[in-house]
Design a protein around this ligand. Sequence first.
Ligand code: TYD
Length: 203
Amino acid sequence: MTGYFIAFEGGEGVGKSTQEALLADFLTEIGKTVIRTREPGGTPAAEQIRDTVLSREHEGMNPQSEALLFAAARGDHVARVIRPAIARGDVVICDRFIDSSIAYQGYARALGPDRVRDLSMWATGGLLPNLTIVLTLDPEVSMKRVINPDRMEAEPMQYHRDVADAFIEIAALDPGRYLVVDATGSKEEIAEVIRQRVMQELN
Ligand code: TYD
C-alpha cells in the first residue's frame, strides 16, 4: 500500500490553509486517512527551526544559512512524518514544500533554483510530491491580507512579486505534476477545481 503526497504552494495570503482544510475534509469523507502538516515545521525539531528562521529578531540572516535551515527542517519532517505516512498508505497534505525553497531562496534570494533544489533533494532523499497545487494571486492583493508579518512576509513588495513569478515558472517546467489555480475565484470554486484534479489522480 502506498499513499499519496500533495503539497500546496503560493505566495503569502493566497488562501492555502482554507483550501487544505476543504480538501482534507473531502478526502476524509470519502474514506481516506489524511495527514495535514506544514513547512517549515511538522516535527518538534523542525518547528524549532521554524521559530528561528521566521523570527523578526534575525533580520538580515545570511541567505545561504536561511536555505540550509529550511532544508534541515524539511529533512527531519520527511524522514519522521511524511515518509512513514506515505508508507502506511495515507494521503499527506503539506502546506509548502520544496518549491517554496526554490521560489523564496532560489529565485527571490537569487541563490539559484538548481542549487536550492539539489540541497532539498539531498535533505529528503529525493522525495517530491505526487501533486503540487499552486494558488496564484497578485501579491499587491494577497499581501494586504497579511497581518503581523514574519521575517519573510516583511520583505519588500518586489520580493513577493519575484516569488509569485517563480511559482508560475516552476509549475510550467513540469505541468503533469502541478495544478495551477487562479485564487481570485470563490473558495468553493477553487475547492471544486482542486477536488476534480485530486480525484483524477487518486483513481
Ligand atoms: P507560511 O507557513 O505560509 O507562513 P504563515 O503561517 O505566516 O502563513 O510560511 C512560512 C514562511 O516561510 C513563508 O513566508 C514562506 C517561507 N518559506 C521559505 O522561504 N522557504 C521554504 O522552504 C519554506 C517551506 C517556507
